[in-house]
Design a protein around this ligand. Structure first.
Ligand code: ZN
Length: 507
């Protein structure tokens, strides 16, 4: 027994242990489904997953835990808890507040709808048939609104409730300002930049790069940025992603295309950034309910910091470019480092979010944010979506998607009920730029990269972000690190400086 033992918290412990264990089992099933499980397994395995999910739910959502949390949240009890215990109680209470207000039969009906909607969306996308998805999407939107109504706090809109679930405290008022600033800076910058695009030839990227060599090179890159192969593995899946059981079992995936050199390279750096976050969580926190990354926005800040801020910089590639050319001497024979840096940063408006470059990316997110906000407030209807989608692409990116498959049907998110999720991607980019601005003051970042010494960068991020798991939210982390909350100016300055430097000062 250590001095921090609290009798009431002790009673909570077995429930926490059980829920963490069941949560890990579910994570493993999910990982397996995405990587190695045979396709025929889906139907039967999904029954096992259903049963485990129900157990997981019961492990923490029950009367005993409810009453323990009630007692533990009283001020007198709070005083007796450690900071970690208080963070765990706070997190569980937040979960309770959301779940308790939703009648179980409604929750179940919604889950059943979601279990079908993925397939309906995938088929509609395949057949380029928005009308086939629209009725399901209408039901999802109506459930989402109903649930948000249950948990809405005074002064919040329904969409605020959805935003708050993904990034605590970042609501419409702040995002309107955030995207407003981005729009007025990025739209004109993009116009100037793309006017210069004829100078950049990146046809080298689609030459033939045998997959086996790509695998080797990407493994090297993962290790180079600090991915720990004693505590992590890299596998393959249709879309790259990161998952983890705890801080000593972190898994990422990659996907290789023979005729696309960049795709796997930047995917492994991106997922590697997510993985470093999970590796860096303190031992004391891992295997507790607050043992993972704090939010999707902060997670994306880490992956995009590695992928874009570091990985697409000249300093990063200076010590690596010779190795890249040795790996593919014929394919890259006529390519110099400066060509490669321009190539990997080429900004080109396109219809597909996941293929977007660093400069056009936030515009894809802004479009989704504006559409979601209007859809949830009732200003627009599901049936209007394809037309509004295309209008906004014309307005912000100057292009019209060829069809709905490349337009409004491209993303999986709405079919999973994830409204309010998209802004996290742009928040992640902005947080990465804000961190970079401050990291500079303490660490000579470019020098470290040129010396192939990434440890000081990794340690800085571990100290200020990773080790805290989700005991602090995004604005708490940012305030402690940079002295202020999320501020879009750093992101705008970063994009402006980077693209002006790359495109407009080298003519
Ligand atoms: Zn990511």
């Amino acid at each position: 027994m250590n001095e921090n033992m609290n009798e009431k918290f002790e009673k909570l412990q077995p429930y926490l242990d059980r829920s963490v264990a069941l949560g890990c089992a579910l994570t493993l099933f999910n990982w397996d489904g995405e990587t190695l499980a045979p396709r025929g397994a889906f139907e039967k395995t999904s029954k096992l997953i259903g049963a485990l999910s129900a157990e997981y739910y019961r492990a923490v959502i029950n009367d005993e835990v409810r009453s323990l949390l009630g007692e533990l949240s009283a001020p007198k009890e709070q005083e007796k808890l450690t900071a970690l215990q208080r963070a765990i109680v706070k997190k569980l209470l937040r979960q309770y507040e959301e779940l308790e207000k939703i009648p179980p039969e409604e929750y179940q009906a919604y889950q059943e709808l979601l279990s079908l909607s993925g397939q309906i969306w995938a088929e509609a996308k395949e057949n380029n048939d928005f009308a086939a998805f629209a009725p399901t999407l209408k039901k999802i939107v109506s459930w989402q609104k109903r649930f948000a109504e249950y948990t809405k706090k005074p002064g919040m809109s329904l969409y605020d409730v959805m935003l708050d679930q993904h990034e605590e405290g970042i609501l419409t008022a702040q995002l309107d300002e955030f995207f407003g600033k981005l729009r007025s800076a990025v739209v004109p910058l993009l116009k100037k930049v793309t006017a210069q695009n004829s100078r950049i030839d990146k046809s080298y990227n689609s030459r033939s790069y045998p997959v086996e060599k790509q695998r080797e090179f990407c493994r090297f890159l993962a290790e180079y940025i600090g991915f720990d192969f004693e505590r992590g593995i890299v596998a393959e899946s249709a879309h790259p992603f990161t998952t983890n059981l705890h801080n000593a079992d972190v898994r990422i995936t990659n996907h290789f295309y023979e005729n696309n050199l960049e795709s796997a390279i930047f995917s492994v750096i991106h997922e590697g950034g997510h993985a470093l976050y999970e590796f860096g969580v303190d031992d004391e926190l891992t295997l507790t309910p607050v043992g993972g990354g704090t939010s999707m926005g902060v997670h994306e800040s880490q992956s995009r910091f590695y992928e874009n801020v570091l990985g697409r910089s000249e300093a990063f590639w200076k010590p690596l470019f010779a190795k890249l050319k040795e790996t593919w001497p014929d394919q890259l024979a006529d390519i110099e480092l400066s060509d490669f840096i321009l190539g990997i940063n080429k900004a080109e408006p396109g219809s597909i979010r996941t293929e977007a470059d660093e400069l056009t990316y936030p515009l894809h997110i802004m479009i989704r944010y504006e559409i979601e906000k209007q859809l949830i407030s009732g200003e627009i209807e599901v049936d209007d979506l394809p037309e509004i989608w295309n209008e906004k692409y014309r307005e912000y990116l100057g292009i019209t998607p060829e069809n709905d498959k490349e337009g409004v049907l491209q993303d999986v998110h709405w079919s999973t009920g994830s409204f309010g999720y998209f802004p996290s991607y742009a928040i992640g980019n902005a947080v990465a730029a804000q961190i970079y601005a401050f990291m500079h003051r303490e660490i000579p970042v470019a020098e470290c990269l040129e010396k192939s010494d990434l440890a000081p960068i990794r340690e800085y991020l571990r100290k200020h972000i990773h080790r805290h798991g989700c005991t602090k939210n995004m604005n708490e982390l940012l305030t402690e690190m940079t002295g202020e909350q999320l501020n879009a100016d750093y992101y705008i300055d970063y994009l402006t400086q980077k693209y002006t430097g790359l495109y407009l000062s080298r003519q």
